[in-house]
Design a protein. Structure first.
Length: 80
């Protein structure tokens, strides 16, 4: 019998500007979930402000890859 230890889950929270509707949420979610290691994406839509996007992973994902995926969906990560 082999011991199996799952990789610890990590989460990254990003503020995303320009999202105005559920279609925006779906676009960002689709792009992010295509990245290797991403297991879940949740979005708190804030029309007129920065939406909170939380990305859960089971392996390291480069933050620049997350930013690129969000930009591919047509949105910008807000500077902190």
């Amino acid at each position: 019998m082999t011991d199996f230890t799952p990789l610890p889950a990590a989460t990254e929270t990003l503020l995303v500007e320009g999202m105005t509707c559920e279609h925006c949420v779906a676009s960002v979610t689709e792009e992010l979930t295509e990245l290797a290691g991403v297991t879940d994406v949740s979005v708190e839509l804030n029309v007129g402000g920065s939406s909170v996007v939380t990305v859960s992973t089971n392996s390291p994902v480069d933050e620049s890859a997350l930013h690129a995926a969000i930009e591919e969906a047509g949105y910008q990560v807000a500077s902190r």
